[in-house]
Design a protein around this ligand. Structure first.
Ligand SMILES: [Zn+2]
Length: 118
């Protein structure tokens, strides 16, 4: 039996965001719960708009980033800039969430890593 397309996409989106949470030691119970909520909401969204599938992974990452901002704090922090620069976060580019979402340093506007490869 084949896995439906949205299922596979959402599974991949979840895996990539989880990898980046783990890379920064941020994958605690609250963060994983926020991730599950984001995936559930984007599942509905992807069903309504199948052409939006390339945006799903980046949107899930942005949803989790927003959820953590209200609770655990900023994620993911930029580790590539000099320590003299104030602490700042990475953002998903393109803003729409895709295609090919990657993390960009908000200070320098430079790509840091593809989503899932922090
Ligand atoms: Zn930076």
């Amino acid at each position: 039996m084949m896995v439906p397309m949205e299922q596979a996409l959402l599974f991949e989106a979840r895996a990539r965001v989880l990898a980046d949470l783990q890379a920064r030691g941020a994958a605690d119970a609250a963060a994983v719960s926020a991730l599950e909520d984001a995936v559930a909401q984007r599942r509905w969204w992807a069903e309504q708009w199948p052409e939006g599938e390339v945006y799903v992974a980046g949107l899930v990452a942005q949803d989790v980033q927003d959820a953590l901002f209200d609770t655990a704090g900023r994620w993911p922090l930029c580790h590539v800039c000099d320590v003299t620069v104030p602490v700042h976060t990475l953002h998903i580019q393109p803003d729409l969430g895709g295609p090919d979402p990657y993390w960009v340093c908000e200070e320098r506007g430079e790509p840091v890593a593809p989503l899932g490869s922090l």
